[in-house]
Design a protein around this ligand. Structure first.
Ligand code: SF4
Length: 486
């Protein structure tokens, strides 16, 4: 069955439980041990894990009382507010010719770690503790980059910038005020101090790992964390052949650390200590555009390390995650061409069928970086053109020389649905002048301070956005003068 058929079948299975059911709420978790936050899946805002809950139950890293209440809503056909990422896609105007567009509620629930378990979740009391099938963990937030859409809760380099320059000033508010982040529990603990969440993780791990089908480490930059190398050593000593092992990396760490990582992974693969191995790396633009968005990135180093993963670790896989945002639009096609090159080089039928993937989720916070801050007529064509480029480079299932050497239907589907979401939001924003002025004004204010602090030059890197930037500055002025206040 093709992926679209599987999505349709999954929707039928979910509807048997309720109209808002999503298996990811039970079977998938992302835990941020540095801040003591958790969420299921990774789209809803993370919430604090109460220390009182992990004191008696380390699985509360996943099974907080709050999360259980969200599961209860789903079992009763109600939509948890925190899942707006999916409701927005499901509520977007979809015409009859566009009805092959599915939200992550469906696509995630169709995965092997979710679909076979949907009906048993219906029978499970909503108060029960469950082990996730797909666990994503961040041990700490040490990171050498400070991406435009990230922040001090997730990157130590970002935190240093805010400590040095203070919060960004936007309109009459601020972004990344450390005092506020601390008061709301969103600042990580210093890695030199004892961390009860990491202790709870290692207590829960020997039991949890038995049920995990996919284990994924995220960061910060995971390759800069000692805990990550402890996991690699655990897997060398305690093989988990049922488990797929994935790791996120910006692939721009010092060479000696990268070499050590490659060596450990070669041992793990030689021992068959995991079922499969994949690296997820973020990039959503090409060359100087990518280096502007992901401050600290060296695009050529990143690309060379993508090739090293694929060439030096047997049967490894690589997925490029594009946090698609307004700054991605002009050069996204060029980055896609690098992905296509890798697909051509490392796909070897029938042994290595799908080593390279491209996943295109979208940035919705901070909203002034969302793609829909742009203009419907001037900027939506970039998105349309990129989706067209993807359609033109679809792999050819029935012609062996081209099989796997291009994009798969699920990759296209995800990007296509993003086009509709952006189109819908651009229309809505265009009709709501105060929202438009606020978003564009904040965009200009953020970019101005970004350049001041980092010594970058937005207009030099993005000359195609020069006029738009000036318009946004004008919006900032008018908004702050109160023109759009109701
Ligand atoms: S409904 Fe969407 S946002 Fe909510 S858990 Fe499922 S996939 Fe994630």
């Amino acid at each position: 069955m093709d992926n679209l058929g599987r999505y349709r079948e999954t929707k039928v299975e979910l509807d048997k439980v309720s109209s808002s059911m999503c298996a990811a709420k039970w079977n998938q978790v992302t835990v941020h041990l540095g801040t003591g936050m958790t969420h299921s899946c990774h789209h809803p805002a993370p919430h604090k894990i109460p220390l009182s809950e992990i004191a008696s139950n380390p699985s509360a890293l996943h099974n907080t009382n709050f999360k259980k209440s969200q599961r209860n809503l789903m079992l009763n056909g109600q939509r948890p507010k925190e899942c707006d990422y999916c409701w927005r896609v499901e509520d977007a105007h979809i015409s009859e010719t566009e009805n092959n567009v599915f939200s992550d509620r469906i696509t995630k629930s169709s995965e092997a770690w979710a679909l076979p378990h949907i009906q048993s979740l219906k029978e499970t009391p909503w108060t029960a503790n469950v082990n996730p099938r797909y666990m994503e963990v961040s041990f700490d937030t040490t990171c050498n980059l400070k991406c435009a859409y990230c922040g001090p809760s997730y990157s130590t380099t970002w935190r240093q910038e805010i400590e040095q320059h203070g919060a960004y000033k936007l309109g009459d508010g601020g972004l990344y005020d450390l005092g506020w982040l601390e008061s709301t529990g969103q600042l990580p603990m210093p890695i030199t101090k004892p961390n009860p969440y990491i202790d709870a993780f290692w207590q829960w791990w020997p039991d949890a790992v038995k049920d995990i089908e996919i284990f994924r480490i995220t960061g910060g930059e995971p390759l800069l964390s000692k805990q990550v190398f402890r996991v690699l050593d655990y897997l060398i000593d305690n093989p988990q052949p049922q488990m797929e092992f994935n790791i996120n990396s910006n692939l721009c760490v010092p060479k000696e650390i990268f070499n050590k990582f490659i060596e450990k992974m070669q041992i793990i693969k030689e021992k068959n200590a995991v079922k499969d191995f994949k690296v997820y790396t973020s990039n959503e633009a090409h060359g100087a555009h990518a280096e502007y968005i992901r401050y600290g990135l060296d695009y050529q180093q990143w690309l060379a390390n993508c090739h090293r993963i694929l060439a030096e670790i047997p049967d490894s896989k690589l997925t490029i995650m594009a946090a698609y945002n307004f700054l991605s639009l002009p050069s996204f096609k060029l980055m896609m061409d690098d992905v296509i090159d890798m697909k051509w080089k490392y796909t070897v039928q029938p042994h290595r069928k799908n080593p390279v993937g491209l996943d295109v989720p979208y940035i919705r916070w901070p909203e002034f970086l969302a793609a829909w801050v742009g203009d419907f007529n001037k900027h939506l064509p970039y998105v349309e053109d990129a989706v067209t480029h993807m359609f033109r480079n679809i792999h050819q299932m029935f012609w062996p020389p081209l099989c796997g050497k291009g994009f798969f239907d699920y990759e296209v589907n995800r990007f296509e649905r993003l086009y509709y979401t952006i189109r819908e939001e651009m229309i809505k924003v265009g009709e709501d002048k105060p929202r438009l002025a606020k978003l564009r004004g904040e965009f200009a204010e953020y970019i101005y301070q970004y350049d001041e602090r980092k010594g970058t030059n937005f207009v030099e890197v993005f000359p195609e956005y020069g006029d738009f930037y000036n318009e946004c500055k004008e919006y900032s002025k008018r908004f702050n003068e109160g023109e759009f206040k109701k």
